[in-house]
Design a protein around this ligand. Structure first.
Ligand code: NAD
Length: 258
């Protein structure tokens, strides 16, 4: 496929969850820039509508107001994508929520909601995506984990556990879907300047991150989009079941999470 491919039969299609803002929106823009048609899925309907409108590319975008943890809604979103674009080549399971709390202060409702969005969501979306990808010979899936999956801390019992789960889910689905031509990888971002980071990173956490990260700064949404797009592209055709930390070198230091 070239960036100027106008053939609707061969033009590739990506679905990005949590695409109304942040890393997901940057990924959606990246796919559009590479000539894909893009379905943007998010639970925040108004924000999603505004973001898709701002992309100003109605022929090649589709807004899906959907909760990734709702099985029926997810099935409808993928059916709508197939009806509109006729195929699916890439899925980015990016929608996620964070709640930085110690174990003893985390309620069952909070625990279950984080698991539902961060772990069950990618499970449901992967189940819905694989049959569509198979119809055209395969595809690529990238699950967004976190460096919180790699290090334990006193604040991330639910979030970190859900993200560690997504790394193993990535390996499980990579092994199971390989013979269907579907590659599955994970990206583990370090801290990235988004609404999520603004909500859960206190000034103390922020200062500690700056000190601990060898590149001495937060990551940018576009830097994450580059890595995610690479893993979805044919340039990564022999990579599956892997986790790529995009974290300014934080994981390499062995330093604990702030
Ligand atoms: P963000 O909060 O800015 O964006 C997340 C998007 O997901 C929002 O648009 C939100 O409405 C959507 N969303 C939330 N729940 C949903 C649901 N149930 N169904 C559909 N959409 C839903 O967050 P971000 O920083 O862009 O994070 C994107 C991903 O990267 C998340 O999985 C997050 O855990 C991960 N991550 C972020 C950071 C960081 O520092 N920002 C670090 C590591 C990992």
């Amino acid at each position: 496929m070239t960036k100027t491919d106008n053939n609707e039969q061969t033009r590739k299609v990506a679905l990005v969850t949590g695409a109304a803002r942040g890393i997901g929106l940057a990924v959606a823009k990246r796919f559009l820039g590479e000539g894909y048609r893009v379905a943007l899925l998010d639970i925040e309907g108004e924000l999603l509508a505004a973001s898709v409108k701002a992309l100003n590319d109605p022929d090649n975008t589709l807004a899906l107001h959907t909760d990734v943890s709702d099985e029926k809604a997810v099935a409808k979103a993928f059916a709508d994508t197939q009806a509109r674009f006729g195929r699916l080549d890439a899925l980015v399971n990016n929608a996620g929520i964070a709640n930085f709390k110690p174990l003893l202060e985390t309620t069952l409702d909070e625990w279950e909601r984080i698991m539902a969005v961060n772990l069950t969501g990618p499970f449901l979306c992967t189940k819905a995506a694989a049959p569509l990808m198979r119809e055209h010979g395969g595809g690529a899936i990238v699950n967004i984990a976190s460096i919180s999956a790699l290090r334990a801390s006193t604040l991330r019992v639910a979030y970190g556990t859900s993200k560690a789960g997504i790394i193993h889910f990535t390996k499980q689905s990579a092994v199971e879907l390989a013979l269907q031509g579907i590659r599955v990888n994970a990206v583990a971002p370090g801290p990235v300047e988004t609404a999520m980071a603004k909500a859960v990173h206190t000034p103390a956490i922020r200062a500690d991150y700056h000190d601990a990260i060898p590149l001495n700064r937060y990551g940018g949404e576009d830097e994450l989009a580059d890595a995610i797009f690479f893993l979805c592209s044919d340039r990564a055709s022999y990579i599956t079941g892997q986790m790529l930390a995009v974290d300014g070198g934080f994981d390499a230091t062995g330093i604990g999470l702030p």
